[in-house]
Design a protein around this ligand. Structure first.
Ligand code: GLN
Length: 522
């Protein structure tokens, strides 16, 4: 049976619960334990796929095509685990399943109630087998939220069901610093732990987010109010880069606190991969500037995985990264004059598309390293059709009705769910040998994740290739172009998929690594 660690948060949202949970996983892995992660979000949306990135940050896509919250991205990147639709579960989905069961008559006439029917459904999701030593479950929201209550009740019951020593409750709270009095205040943390207790949950370890390290007196004081030894009160200090957090926790003996709780031997771990990143961050290195021509810049997390993948590639290439955000709607070529590479990310809707097409033109004509992702590949093909092949009417049917439809709807996925016509999740791609794509990936068979509706229409292949843009990656049935490139250009490649979802801080991702390397050479 797996042991469980439940991570909750209190006082305010956005304290970095996801990163803390992922860091716990990293500490366990560094001692040789296998780890799985699961996220529960109390809100009532059935899944995050239809939530606006303007509110919720990017929509992350798993291999099995589930549209999830971006926290799953942290977990996959940090821990190298593969998550699926079993690992992202919202309140809406729980209620949906309970009410459907009620309509089917599954409850045989019983009165359907929050306890036990909803709580049992939550516990059913918690206990989907994973075959790992540990399962870390993050409970979204903030202690005290109405929607969250039933989730707290369910994890309380779960600990009672499987045995208190098989479950650890970790709580993340805040100690604000009051500048006027020069004091770090511990009361919000105390209150938050008390709210957990009202729900029958005694925290076993606290992460206290704070701008400076807590003193031993402060730890003892918090511990006294919260029924914990001082050593179980950990400072979650503000850092400039999330990959420092596992080291921050390791230095405070967090693994051994977990080991003691679960009755496992204490152990030292191999943290070298995090130390390597820390070393990179502290090093004086040249800076490489990547211009990202996009339109969702108002939201900090809308390009989360993309920014991460660029950072990972910078680590691999030993350069510091500067991302220049270029607003596609106001694009002028001058804005690209100081960038070392141009990247066009994914996007939906006509707003900003013409600016993106102009950015492709600039990159192509000036031999600036170029990488396109999803809509970025579609705009690259449109630009090439217009300005090289010479069909100025070329466009995507997403943006224009009467056009040369070089980008069009080709697939016939079923549309059972809203947004169901999207091609979602991992698909295989066959790479043509002798191409840049093959050189980058070092293989001719790859799998990448998708989230889009439109495709490059294969019937334009000959016209494109005759003029110098080749299709170097294709779906195995030969129907859907997956990668295009321009061999005469210094570095010009674009994929229909989202490689950023498979990048990680330790190795990066081949396509991003090669792109940043080309930008570095420039
Ligand atoms: N809007 C485009 C499509 O649906 C591209 C989507 C994307 O970039 N993710 O195909």
């Amino acid at each position: 049976m797996s042991r469980y660690i439940f991570v909750t948060g209190g006082v305010v949202s956005s304290l970095g619960k996801g990163v803390s949970a992922a860091s716990l996983g990293a500490l366990l892995q560094s001692r040789g334990y296998s780890v799985h992660v699961r996220k529960f979000d109390p809100y009532l949306n059935v899944d995050p796929g239809t939530m606006s990135p303007l509110q919720h940050g990017e929509v992350y896509v798993t291999n099995d095509g589930f549209e999830t919250d971006l926290d799953l991205g942290y977990y996959e990147r940090f821990l190298g685990v593969h998550l699926s639709r079993n690992d992202s579960c919202s309140g809406g989905r729980i209620y949906w399943e309970v009410l459907n069961a009620e309509r089917r008559g599954d409850y045989l006439g019983a009165t359907v109630q929050m306890i036990p029917h909803v709580s049992n459904k939550i516990k059913e999701h918690i206990s989907i087998p994973t075959n790992t030593d540990f399962v870390i479950c993050e409970i979204g929201g903030t202690v005290g939220d109405i929607e969250q209550k039933i989730f707290l009740e369910s994890i309380r019951q779960y600990a009672n069901d499987v045995g208190r020593r098989n479950v650890m409750f970790v709580h993340l709270a805040l100690a604000p610093y009051l500048e006027q009095s020069g004091e770090l205040k511990t009361k919000p943390t105390q209150m938050s732990v008390r709210r957990l207790l009202e729900n029958g949950i005694q925290a076993d370890m606290l992460f206290v987010r704070s701008p400076r390290m807590l003193t031993n007196e402060e730890r003892a004081k918090i511990g006294m109010f919260c029924n914990l030894p001082a050593k179980n009160v950990i400072t979650s200090i503000n850092v400039d880069n999330i990959y420092k957090i596992p080291l921050v926790y390791d230095e405070q003996d967090v693994f051994n606190i977990m080991a003691q709780h679960f009755g496992l031997p204490e152990a030292a771990g191999d943290m070298s991969k995090f130390k390597k990143i820390e070393h990179y961050l502290n090093n004086d290195l040249p800076t490489c500037t990547i211009g990202v021509v996009g339109k969702y810049f108002d939201v900090a997390d809308a390009y989360k995985s993309l920014n991460e993948a660029l950072f990972h590639a910078a680590v691999q290439n030993n350069v510091h990264l500067k991302i220049k955000k270029i607003d596609a709607e106001k694009f002028t070529p001058e804005e690209c004059s100081d960038v070392d590479g141009i990247l066009i990310p994914g996007g939906f809707g006509a707003r900003g598309v013409e600016g993106k097409i102009s950015a492709v033109k600039y990159a192509r004509e000036n031999n600036v390293p170029f990488m396109g992702i999803c809509l970025g590949m579609q705009t690259a093909v449109i630009e090439f059709m217009r300005n090289v092949v010479g069909d100025e009417n070329a466009n995507s049917t997403e943006f224009a009705k009467n056009c040369t439809p070089v980008i069009n709807i080709m697939n016939d996925c079923d549309s059972e769910n809203m947004g169901g016509t999207l091609r979602l999740g991992a698909y295989p791609c066959v790479i043509k040998s002798g191409t840049l794509a093959e050189q980058i990936y070092g293989t001719t068979n790859i799998s990448e994740r998708h989230r889009h509706r439109y495709e490059v229409d294969i019937k334009y292949k000959d016209e494109l290739e005759k003029n110098g843009m080749i299709i170097s990656g294709m779906s195995p049935d030969g129907k859907l172009p997956e990668i295009v490139e321009i061999p005469s250009h210094k570095f010009f490649i674009a994929g229909q998929f989202h490689p950023e979802f498979q990048s990680n801080p330790y190795d990066g991702h081949p396509m991003f690594n090669a792109f940043v390397s080309a930008a570095k050479r420039k």
